[in-house]
Design a protein around this ligand. Structure first.
Ligand code: ADP
Ligand code: MG
Length: 348
């Protein structure tokens, strides 16, 4: 059972929700009782802030491992980016309604897993949501409510059932013109898992790959204590409402406060309901705990679309998956195996 408790030690803090990019941070924590140390680097990858942490025997090794993680994440970005016209993902999108595109098995399998999650979530999670990102842009360019007719047109292009995989040929085909896929809701989790896997393969016994609050952690701090993560109040990110020790676990949060636009005084967040084409409402943040960050990432997004009641019911049926949801009234709702202890909620 997961237990949340308030921190009593001076554990290293990892915020699930990190605002802004502080850039090029490098730091070291020394534990005097062993020769192991914590090495950290913060940098921008995949358009997001990544905080990378490894435990290693010296600076040289630490740097080597951090470089390794960075090149792995950059490698993945090159495959899944829909901004990079050279990526295989862009080739799939360019050929929507035209022809199947042969891709590396890594991308093929990622799409295959994404489709499984779409089925599991009855379409709440759908990588073909991306045709909507032509309408819902979060770069400041949308200043008035998109027209209902335009949304209707565009959402008709969304539908994971029309992503056609051919195993034998290793091809991906988007059946309809105007379709588009994007890995915004699963890519960072996938990258965190892959970077961790690579480091573990190279003998790194402990670390945290934190992709803007999508994190995967393994091992312990050099002094044997668990890594701790902070759960923050979505309405006030500087207020921590609980500390959580984590062991070989992924923790991923989707929030409505990172990427959004305000139209007619209302907040429209970046998670789109594939059924309606409109941004999801009702949840401020959804945090998922499970073994891997890819699944956690996709499920956190799905809960947002499903809403509190359906989302909670869904998670309670999944083995090895737990969640904490904060609803629009700032109420905290947890899945059945999470015992919240000593939690102080602070409103704005
Ligand atoms: P964050 O990027 O803040 O970690 P998420 O993991 O929830 O948040 O991903 C949100 C992103 O996923 C959006 O910015 C968009 O790129 C994409 N997305 C939006 N709606 C959906 C959806 N219904 N299914 C899959 N991906 C989505
Ligand atoms: Mg996600």
């Amino acid at each position: 059972m997961l237990r949340l408790k308030q921190a009593t030690s001076s554990a290293i803090l990892f915020f699930l929700v990190v605002s802004g990019y502080s850039g090029g941070l490098n730091s070291t924590f020394r534990d005097n009782t062993s020769n192991l140390e914590v090495y950290q680097r913060t940098l921008k990858l995949m358009g997001s802030r990544f905080d990378l942490t490894v435990v290693a025997e010296n600076q040289k090794k630490g740097d080597e491992y951090l470089d390794m993680a960075i090149s792995e994440i950059s490698r993945i970005e090159k495959i899944i980016s829909s901004w990079d016209s050279q990526s295989q993902t862009s080739a799939i999108n360019r050929n929507a309604g035209v022809s199947p595109v042969k891709v590396d098995s890594e991308l093929f399998q990622l799409i295959e897993r994404a489709l499984k999650i779409s089925k599991l979530t009855q379409g709440a999670f759908d990588i073909s949501y991306a045709s909507m990102d032509r309408i819902w842009k979060f770069d400041g360019s949308v200043t008035e409510m998109p027209q209902a007719e335009v949304i209707k047109q565009s959402v008709s292009k969304v539908g994971y059932q029309n992503i056609i995989l051919n195993h034998k040929e290793q091809t991906v085909f988007l059946k309809n013109k105007g379709m588009k896929i994007g890995f915004g809701a699963i890519g960072k989790g996938y990258a965190a898992d892959k970077a961790k896997k690579l480091l573990v393969k190279h003998g790194v016994t402990s670390g945290i790959i934190n992709a803007s609050g999508d994190l995967n952690a393994w091992g312990t701090q050099p002094d044997g204590k668990d890594w701790m993560v902070a759960i923050v109040n979505p309405l006030n990110k500087s207020k921590v409402f609980s500390w959580l020790p984590i062991k070989d676990q992924a923790v991923v949060t989707s929030g409505n406060y990172e990427k959004y636009i305000i139209l007619n005084g209302e907040r429209y967040t970046h998670i789109i309901d594939p059924r309606t084409g409109y941004p999801s409402k009702g949840i401020l943040s959804a945090t998922i705990f499970t073994k891997n960050a890819e699944l956690a990432d996709a499920l956190a997004t799905s809960i947002f679309v499903m809403g509190v009641e359906t989302g909670l019911d869904f998670v309670n049926q999944l083995k090895g998956v737990e969640c904490i949801i904060v609803d629009e009234n700032n109420k905290i709702i947890t899945s059945k195996n999470i015992a919240l202890k000593e939690i102080e909620t602070q409103s704005r």
